[in-house]
Design a protein around this ligand. Structure first.
Ligand code: HAM
Length: 427
């Protein structure tokens, strides 16, 4: 049999890589907890209809990129390509909005899109998403953008650009679409093939075509911005003013329409020059009609999702450094080994990284291992110590200042705790 391999576009995350993932996740999740945002976990597998109705049938995500299959009960199921539609479903289904019409939620986990894999683009990737549900003020738009901006800033990521746009409300877009379709009919031949195909399916998406010829032609097309109502205009101006007050730099991009159909008013993306062609690390926007459209109460909302693979690429090397071992327990001999196991269990009550040597190898080999790990301290238990009912604990890594060494009886938990506090738990 051939060696089995993972599916194209999926990756194994190995222990060394996960050090950075865990460090990044910790910083990000601390930020979210401080902002009083609660976690929600929804299934990875949903009914296909959820995404057709939620994201839009004509979007690339739904029409080309979903992992959809018929299960044994003949239901059409899909591996979630994003989290917003699932969160909306969960809110409605669990009646969460009747108890609390305002909800701040986050989620993190794998998403699936059948795209062409390349650096920063996978078929199974991970997102961290945040959704503010029930909030309609411009201040909530600003708060959500500031949150995304600060999460990225907290990780020390530089070269970030925030692009914003407004998509107006449904009426604004219908008005625009009428004139845009007229223009498209006349100028069809100046567009690339992909864009021509979108005219009947999803004309708005033509605006963010990356094709140079199409972009040039679009310079003379009607602009959505000019079809916005007075109210939508005011809202957008307020958003820009608020961002300026918070000193969050932004660039307006009138072609930013995003790839999912549920957006209204504010749409934004954060890109980084350091990422290459897949530059968008965060995308989000307002979706005031989605929850109602899916059968829930009329509920405005806004959110974003950060692509974790891209975030990891951007985060600094200092986050790749593993935590150092605090205590390495060197032990040999029958009684010594069982005492060592007991002691290692006791030490798990402290915020320490403890490793018990289970090799049964010679003392010198165990010392070598402790040395290789650059353990801050070691405990030594041999036959002599076992007979006396005590062990030796001593600082091992020369860069750690402290009380050198101590012999402690296995019963003397107070002395052990004191030594740990004085030598290992000091900042
Ligand atoms: P999205 O722009 O489709 O938005 O995805 C958000 C982020 O997920 C992207 O900016 C990118 O960093 C990452 N991403 C998307 N596809 C891939 C891929 N194939 N490989 C690696 N990373 C990827 C959404 O999903 C919306 N649900 C965001 C949102 C939340 N809007 C409102 N609330």
């Amino acid at each position: 049999m051939n060696n089995l391999k993972n599916l194209r576009g999926t990756v194994d995350l190995l222990p060394e890589q996960l050090i950075k993932w865990q460090n990044v996740e910790k910083i990000v999740l601390d930020q979210l907890a401080r902002a009083s945002i609660n976690e929600i976990r929804t299934p990875i597998l949903e009914m296909t209809e959820l995404f057709i109705r939620g994201i839009g049938e004509a979007t690339d995500v739904v029409s080309k990129e979903m992992y959809t299959f018929i299960d044994r009960g003949e239901r059409s199921c899909t591996l979630r390509p994003e989290g917003t539609a699932s969160v909306a479903r969960a809110l409605i289904q669990n009646g969460m909005l009747s108890n609390n019409p305002l909800q701040k939620l986050w989620y993190m986990g794998p998403m699936f899109r059948y795209e062409r894999p390349q650096a920063g683009r996978q078929r199974q990737f991970h997102q961290l998403g945040v959704e503010f549900i029930g909030y309609d003020s411009v201040r909530s738009d600003v708060e959500i953008i500031a949150l995304a901006w600060d999460v990225l800033g907290k990780l020390g990521i530089k070269e970030l650009n925030l692009e914003i746009n407004t998509l107006g409300d449904l009426d604004d877009r219908l008005n625009f679409q009428k004139s845009f379709l007229k223009w498209l009919e006349i100028n069809k031949n100046s567009l690339d093939l992909d864009s021509q195909n979108r005219i009947t399916k999803n004309p708005l998406r033509i605006l963010d075509s990356k094709n140079i010829q199409t972009q040039k032609a679009l310079e003379n097309a009607p602009r959505l911005f000019n079809f916005l109502s007075e109210k939508s205009h005011k809202r957008y101006s307020k958003l820009k003013k608020n961002l300026e007050v918070l000193k969050i730099p932004y660039v307006e991009n009138f072609n930013l329409v995003r790839g999912l159909d549920y957006y209204t008013h504010t749409a934004f993306e954060i890109t980084s020059g350091a990422l290459g062609s897949q530059a968008t690390v965060c995308g989000g926007g307002r979706y005031d009609d989605l929850i109602k459209q899916m059968g829930g109460p009329n509920t405005p909302a806004i959110g974003f999702a950060i692509g974790l693979e891209r975030l990891i690429l951007l985060a600094g090397k200092e986050l790749e450094i593993p935590r150092k071992t605090d205590i390495y327990i060197i032990n040999k001999g029958l009684i010594a080994e069982s005492l060592a196991m007991n002691l290692s269990r006791k030490l798990k009550n402290y915020d320490l990284l403890v490793e018990l040597d289970l090799s049964g190898a010679s003392f010198s080999k165990q010392f070598k291992k402790a040395n290789k790990l650059k353990s801050k301290s070691i405990i030594v238990i041999g036959d002599d110590e076992a007979v006396k009912g005590e062990f030796l604990i001593k600082l091992f890594d020369k860069s750690v200042n402290g009380n050198e060494e101590e012999v402690i009886s296995f019963e003397n938990d107070i002395k052990l705790e004191k030594w740990i506090k004085n030598n290992l738990l000091v900042n």
